[in-house]
Write a protein of this length. Sequence first.
Length: 557
Amino acid sequence: MWPILMSLVLAAGPSPAAAAPAAGDTIAGAYPSEQALRHYLQGRWLEEEGQGTEAQAELSRALSLDPTATDLALHLAEVAANSGDPGRALELAERVLADEPGNARALWLKGAALVNLGRAEEALGPLQAAVLADSTRAEYVRTLGRVAELLDRIPEAERAWETVTRLDEQDAESWFQLASTAARLGRFDLADSALDAASALNPVRPGTLFLRGLIREAQGRTSEAIDLYRHHLELHPTDQATRRRLVGLLSRAGRDREAYREARLLAAAQPDDPSALQAEAETAFASGQASAGERALAKLRALAPDEPELVLRSIAVLVRHDREREAVQLADDWAHQRPDDPDGASLQARARALGGELDSAAVYAERAVAAAPESLDSRRLLARIYQDAKRWPEAVAAWKQARQLSPGDPLLMLDYGFCLEQSGDITGAIEMGRQALGHSPDLPGALNFLGYLLADHDRDLPEALSLIRRAVEQDPENGAYVDSYGWVLYRLGRLDEARQQLESAVRMTGGDPVVHEHLGDVYRDLRLYERARAQYRACLQADSRNQRVRNKLEKLR
């Protein structure tokens, strides 16, 4: 791997303190011996000639004759890094830090060397310390930004790139990276303006059209996003990841024929990719070409006929296009052809559950558990079906049994906790949320679950706010988390802030009925009655049996 440090050191130029002695200096004043100076000058000449290994050897000889020369040790660390020897660079940086613990350049060199040795977690501390010691050196902050991204610490990466662009307004790449991190954090106005700056400095930077399309898609400007993705594909026709995104966007926009054309190109380029074949089938059915969809599904299953996952993909496509009977028949045929395969009953249960036949699905899931009682997947499937059927006592019992097979799984705890809440055991549900966080303190789903649970039952709202905020910081584009954030703000009486969050959550979730209800409550309390009615009606369109919302709507008439 090309070291992160190399390009940064070359861009920064030689360390001023490591330059050759001025004309008036005596040899004894600059170096302890003429021999040391000779090795130093020879090393610098070799460095200029591009002979890094030889330069490193000469500079090492000079350092051995003058072991207290900090500037020489730092420059030698840079040469070692640029020569592809991060281990030597780390050794030299730590040698300097032993005498000067706060030396910013040594801290930076240490951090960069650790990254190049594959020790990014260890690198973060020295790089943070380097920037704290000297925040005026763009190369220090650049390296911190790249490492923060590598560790998926996106808020810290965004702060770093913002700092770099202030230090060096002509750094097109840093502007681009700022746009990318801001987009990941949902700060689309900042992403847009940063990308404008990056494009002005480097209009042909690869990825600019894609990132602009991503921003437009997130802003709900679908037509512009589609045009940008298409323009990107004209320049990069083999970028199937972007084509896959374009297929999804066209499908969501109801442009089914266009989506099908793009999906066919995707499947032709990736004929052994199950996801590509599934996308081709989905778009074929959506555009009214059922026989083409069936052919795509047949190709999908032919990739591995004994693999139940590929059959399940086919079942899901069929159900989504109102072909439930075919989906169930497909599962039954596969199971009957393999009577000794324990996956058969599970597949039959899943097909019926997807088709809405939950009671029948439960029968087959029970058979799957009986056939493989030690299978966590089978027990999880049975519990999920009971849960979807709102058979809460049975769901609680099934999740409890599943937990016995995997007692430390925080996701099982969250499902178990949800069913406890639905069955009326709020205290037990809260305890499950706390246990999940005990096993995974930073798990966003656990933070959101416990925070929302506390907020929804009006318990310890400051703690709920703190928990949900931590979840949103990790995944700012998760509509469920943003809804929870808006809901706890509502519970705290911060209506204007709640309104802002819940309006975003409606967009992010595509109109989830719960979010519509929450936003309706906020509008109602803000006395925006017409808007409240609109939200309650939208909720009832998706969940017509919700008597609670129907009562709220009646009170506003």
